[in-house]
Design a protein around this ligand. Structure first.
Ligand code: ATP
Length: 248
């Protein structure tokens, strides 16, 4: 569904954010992209939606280079959820969800209602503005909007970053359920290795612009994937041990 071929992104200041990355993501997979701050995760993700152009190499979606069609057509096929969500504050929830539908020329109140159902939001929030919702509810609106045009590819950049742990956990599970139910291909950037291990079918670890581990959650928990990956897995592992020690 996505292929990166010898992809390099160097920013004008001289930082090579993505350094010669080659990998393919199969349809239906839920891939978590983890790594320390500044390792290049967001930059890699943004090249899929053509928000950033590569310095070298190319990105393919559905077997076609992303620059083979006008950007709006490409973007319509890709749902994108990020931490700040970017809801329009002066529009109602329904209007926000309808933005991609309007661009498509097919605003339909029934579709908006179905999307609210899909993300488990009550219909009564449709007429509220985003500032009258909780952070978790706003994030659900972001997911509904991302899926409005029936995109099969979902990109998420720290989608639950600003949420409390219980809301974060519930939303993570909800997105995984939607992924399974709708047959999506999902690529999610997260700082949280526990979240990656619990939600993803495959985990990519980035360091200094390179993919340094590409494996399954089970293999990572078994101690595989190399030192960078294990440094990240060690965080939830140590927390679990500390909790066990407390209850002993
Ligand atoms: N617009 C930009 N101009 C110049 N350098 C940039 C730009 N955006 C990102 N960078 C640099 O590129 C590198 C990778 O940044 P990127 O945001 O992709 O990392 P990240 O892994 O997503 O980080 P974080 O987890 O903190 O969001 C960093 O060194 C960053 O400072």
């Amino acid at each position: 569904m996505i292929a990166f071929e010898r992809l390099t992104v160097a920013y004008p200041g001289g930082t090579t954010a993505v350094d010669d990355v080659t990998l393919a993501i199969a349809p239906g997979s839920f891939v978590a992209l983890v790594g320390r701050s500044g390792s290049g995760k967001s930059t890699l993700l943004k090249t899929v939606k053509r928000l950033i152009s590569p310095t070298a190499g190319r990105v393919l979606v559905d077997g076609r280079p992303v620059d083979a069609e006008p950007a709006p057509l490409l973007r319509r096929r890709i749902g994108y959820v990020f931490q700040g969500i970017g809801l329009f504050p002066h529009m109602t929830v329904a209007e926000n969800i309808a933005v991609p539908l309007r661009l498509d020329g097919r605003v339909d109140p029934e579709r908006v209602a179905a999307l609210l159902d899909l993300v488990d939001l009550p219909q009564e929030v449709a007429t509220r503005r985003p500032d009258a919702l909780s952070g978790g509810q706003r994030q659900r609106v972001g997911v509904a909007r991302a899926l409005a045009t029936e995109a099969k590819l979902l990109l998420m950049d720290e989608p639950f970053g600003a949420l409390d742990p219980m809301t974060r956990d519930a939303l993570g599970q909800a997105v995984r359920t939607l992924h399974d139910r709708l047959g999506l291909t999902t690529l999610m950037v997260t700082h949280d290795m526990a979240e990656a291990l619990l939600l993803a079918t495959r985990v990519l670890v980035m360091a200094k612009g390179r993919i340094v581990a590409d494996t399954t959650p089970a293999a990572l928990i078994a101690g595989e994937g190399g030192p960078e990956a294990q440094a990240l897995v060690d965080v939830p592992r140590r927390q679990m041990q500390a909790l066990k020690a407390l209850s002993a």
